[in-house]
Design a protein around this ligand. Sequence first.
Ligand code: FES
Length: 154
Amino acid sequence: MRKRESAVKNAVVKYGKERKNLLPILQEVKQIKNYLSRSDISEIGAEMGLSSAHVYGVASFYHFINLTEQGQNIIWVCKTISCYMKGSNDIMMALEERLKIKIGETTSDGKFTLLQTNCIGWCHKGPAMLVNDEPYTDLTPENVVQIIDSYYKK
Ligand code: FES
C-alpha cells in the first residue's frame, strides 16, 4: 500500500517537475496504480505546479492512461477499418461471450477489462488486439478465447 501511496511523489522525483515530464509521470503512476484517480490528478498537479485541469486534459487525451479502475489485464480490440473488414466485430462478440461483459466493462473477478482502440499497427495481420502491451494478430473467434483462457493460467 505504501508503494501505491507514494507513487506520485516517486514519479515526480524520478522524472523532475518540468512540464515536459508530465506524460512519463502519468504513465508511471498509471503503471503502478492501474489507473489515475482524481486525487492522483490533483497530487500530480500540486507536485508539478500545474492545474488539475491541465493534468486531467493531458491524461484524458491518451487512451492508455486510465482514469477509472481497470481490470488486471486490459484487452484493446482494434476497431479500425482493416480489422473491421476482417471481422473484428466477431472477435469482440467472442470476447463478450467468454468474459460475460460488454465493451467498457470489467469482469467481476477483476481479471479483464474489455475496450476498443484505433489502429495498433498490425493491419496486415488483422483482426488484432492488445492484451496490456502484448499484440495478438490473425484473430479468430476460436483462437481469441484460447488466448484469454491462457491468462487465467498465468
Ligand atoms: S486497422 Fe487494426 S491494427 Fe490497423
